[in-house]
Design a binder for this molecule. Structure first.
Ligand code: 5SP
Ligand code: FE2
Length: 214
């Protein structure tokens, strides 16, 4: 069954502990933590202290999405803070293999994220080393943007690439995910759906999570 990862980018920053507890009660499978550095993307969010602050409030895996340039030095800090998954952007480092190895050696699960225009081929030669590939279905930087439909076909092609190699790498889709496109994404092969505004903007959040899961 597909997993749902609410993004706390859309939560109340003054009450993150409450938000995370609420998401666990509402049926979320992971908590998605969007880290933005003001360089890789034109927005600035939070660092490892946010991960340590929310860690005691949930048993759910913390899925940290690093939208930062040169993420290597941050990897051990986020793992020490309590990240379970650490995902770095292919476009953010010339040393992807080194960073991915550091994530796994640090004891976390390793993900690589691709922007909407980055060819899938950029992860092809490192797929065996990855627990997850995150396909962006919006341009990273902000919540509440519209889903880029081309992402659906990219999920299908990535799924085929993973299956051809006999791997079990997870596919996470991030950006503009709603109850209106979740079914198509699942059919295309998505394993984890990130949702910010579709969950936190809903009047009934547990229901929103159920509807995304289908
Ligand atoms: O990484 C990002 C944005 O860069 C996402 O995780 C967003 O936070 C998803 O928000 P919605 O598009 O679901 O509102
Ligand atoms: Fe994200």
């Amino acid at each position: 069954m597909v997993k749902i990862a609410p993004s706390i980018l859309s939560a109340d920053f003054a009450a993150m502990g409450d938000a995370v507890r609420e998401m666990e009660r509402a049926g979320a499978d992971l908590i998605h933590v969007d880290v933005m550095d003001g360089h890789f993307v034109p927005n600035l969010t939070f660092g490892p202290p946010m991960v340590s602050a929310i860690r005691p409030h949930t048993r759910l895996p913390l899925d940290v999405h690093l939208m930062v340039e040169d993420p290597g030095w941050l990897v051990p800090l986020f793992i020490r803070a309590g990240a379970d998954y650490v995902t770095v952007h292919e476009e953010g480092t010339p040393h992807l293999h080194r960073v991915v190895t550091a994530i796994r050696e640090g004891g976390a699960k390793a993900g690589v994220a691709l922007n909407p225009a980055t060819p899938l081929a950029m992860v092809e030669d490192i797929l065996e080393e990855l627990d997850m590939v995150l396909l962006m279905s919006v341009n990273p930087g902000f919540g509440g943007q519209s889903f880029i439909p081309k992402a659906l076909e990219r999920v299908e092609r990535l799924k085929a690439m993973i299956e051809t190699r006999g791997l079990s790498t997870l596919i996470e889709v991030d950006g503009g995910v709603t109850a209106g496109n979740a079914d198509q994404l699942k059919r295309a092969g998505a394993d984890i759906l990130v949702a910010g505004s579709a969950v936190f903007g809903a009047p009934d959040r547990p229901k929103a999570i159920r509807e995304l899961r289908g």
